[in-house]
Ligand binder design. Structure first.
Ligand SMILES: *[C@@H]1O[C@H](CO)[C@@H](O)[C@H](O)[C@H]1NC(C)=O
Ligand SMILES: *[C@@H]1O[C@H](CO)[C@@H](O)[C@H](O)[C@H]1NC(C)=O
Ligand SMILES: *[C@@H]1O[C@H](CO)[C@@H](O)[C@H](O)[C@H]1NC(C)=O
Length: 229
């Protein structure tokens, strides 16, 4: 019995450690795949305007709400009218650093007026120790300013400040808007102060190890549950 509990506890710990990711709470994501979230520009999900559910997004200011499991990370919010989300990114909010795990809400993200009446993609890029992570939403850009959505909130204890982050900024502004080659680079954000001491390959080795441990744990737990049932 004690063994089962220890293994369950170990599994929980490992799982918590492995879920170093974020979700887009608002506007709704076009898709979330935990394993592919590091693939830009949309976390391994290809936008499809014939199938995506569009959310009205007010150019005078609207909500972007996220939930992270990283203790600290930087956010880039960018939009494009390119249906393939491959180019022409416009940064729509200063890069903001969140400290503290959990929900974060930017309630007044503004979009250029000329986007009104068009459809586009919002791509939220998070950095926080394991390279970049991506989520996208499909948007109808509309006039006006949004009400605060209940899905957009700040967890207690979460603080934020505007920062400069050259590697995130590199994903916008050029004519190609960055092809997100950096998105696959696990070490692209090692210039962050808190990771300066980390060896470039450190995080990926740790993740690989954690994945193997989880696999072993799952196999063992499955065996035990089978024995018990
Ligand atoms: C990007 O913007 C340029 C200039 O507006 C336009 O010519 C080009 O077609 C756009 N590319 C995509 C993929 O939307
Ligand atoms: C969340 O915190 C940010 C930064 O302090 C703030 O700008 C925003 O208004 C807060 N959002 C809500 C819903 O309170
Ligand atoms: C981005 O992709 C375009 C089209 O595939 C290519 O022409 C361009 O060289 C790429 N840019 C970078 C920085 O890789």
């Amino acid at each position: 019995m004690a063994t089962t509990q220890s293994i369950a506890a170990a599994l929980l710990l490992l799982t918590a450690g492995a879920q170093a990711h974020f979700t887009l709470n608002y506007p709704p994501s076009i898709g979330f795949d935990d394993a592919k979230e590091g693939t830009g520009p949309c976390g391994g999900v290809t936008p499809d305007f014939s199938k995506n559910e569009f959310t009205d997004f007010h150019v005078g200011g609207d909500n972007v709400g996220t939930r992270t499991s990283h203790p600290q990370g930087n956010w880039l919010y960018r939009v494009t009218l390119d249906p393939g989300a491959s180019a022409n990114w416009t940064q729509v909010y200063p890069i903001v650093q969140q400290s503290g795990i959990g929900d974060f809400c930017a309630p007044l993200v503004r979009i250029p007026d000329e986007f009104v009446g068009k459809q586009g993609i919002l791509s939220v890029v998070g950095s926080g120790g394991h390279g970049f992570l991506y989520q996208c939403a499909a948007l109808n850009f509309v006039e006006g300013t949004a009400e605060l959505q209940s899905a957009c909130k700040n967890a207690s204890g979460v603080t934020s400040s505007f920062v400069t982050d050259a590697s995130l900024a590199a994903l916008v502004g050029s004519s190609t808007g960055g092809n997100d080659t950096a998105g696959d680079a696990d070490h692209s954000d090692h210039q962050d102060g808190d990771h300066a001491a980390t060896k470039p390959n450190g995080s990926s080795s740790v993740s690989a190890l954690a994945n193997v441990s989880i696999l072993l744990g799952v196999v063992m737990a499955t065996g035990i549950f089978t024995l018990l049932s």
